[in-house]
Design a protein around this ligand. Structure first.
Ligand SMILES: [Zn+2]
Ligand SMILES: [Zn+2]
Length: 240
């Protein structure tokens, strides 16, 4: 009767989740019929970010999968801070599967100090210990903008830079519940443009950055991150 939707459902099933013995136990359940894997970008209604692969080396990057629930779950555990206009941050750990796809399976909420426009993890070695225990790659971080719009501040860019030095695929998720036009964004520094600016910048605190010489934006939306409705992830909250 409705062969169109059948076809759509088949196309959305991702082969990796079906033949991944090492990861099957830790982060995927038995594949349900309605698993959905969808790219996140491509809906840049404001048009103020470039997620075009031509602007950087992102066409060569490995794919990353995050849980469909990640942003909502993170927002829920940030609630009491958000109500006080304080940021919250978390660090994302992933398994690399068959050398080609990162599955984000762990969100660690470190002990932290925050204001309305900044958030600083403390005792980060606790996070490193969890990652090394579980053989996870630190592929990115997530933080709220409780009252600001969805963008990467200069401090955010400096926080993000070492992640992207370590793992070229690393991304930063900004969750901005009060931004009506973009409630979340998944960003990375453009490479080489933005990476070079950050490598050479010695300033701290909030400060302006010049745009890269090649005319690219300093940071861009990721085009290689997918939301996966079948990916389980664990939250480890170190705050209490
Ligand atoms: Zn921020
Ligand atoms: Zn700077």
């Amino acid at each position: 009767m409705n062969s169109g939707s059948q076809e759509m459902r088949t196309r959305r099933q991702h082969p990796v989740t079906q033949n991944s013995p090492s990861l099957a136990i830790s982060c995927t359940a038995k594949l349900p019929q309605d698993v959905q894997i969808s790219p996140i970008t491509g809906d840049d209604e404001r048009g103020d970010f470039n997620s075009n692969n031509d602007s950087s080396a992102s066409g060569l990057l490995k794919t990353l999968h995050i849980s469909t629930r990640l942003m909502d779950d993170f927002l829920a555990l940030s609630k009491s801070n958000t109500e006080k206009d304080l940021e919250t941050c978390g660090i994302l750990g992933a398994h690399l599967q068959e050398k080609e796809t990162f599955y984000v399976t762990t969100l660690v909420i470190p002990k932290q100090e925050s204001t309305s426009n900044s958030c600083q993890a403390i005792n980060e070695e606790e996070v490193y210990a969890i990652h090394s225990e579980r053989s996870l790659c630190p592929v990115g971080w997530i933080h709220t903008h409780p009252s600001q719009s969805c963008f990467m501040s200069s401090i955010d860019l400096h926080t993000h830079y070492p992640y992207q030095v370590m793992v070229p695929e690393a991304f930063a998720i900004v969750v901005a519940p009060t931004d009506a036009s973009r409630s979340f964004g998944i960003f990375r520094l453009s490479d080489p443009g933005g990476m070079k600016i950050l490598r050479e910048c010695q300033e701290d605190g909030f400060h302006p950055h010049k745009g890269p010489e090649d005319g690219s934006p300093i940071y861009e939306l990721c085009s290689n991150v997918y939301q996966n409705s079948n990916l389980r992830f664990e939250i480890i909250d170190l705050r209490s």
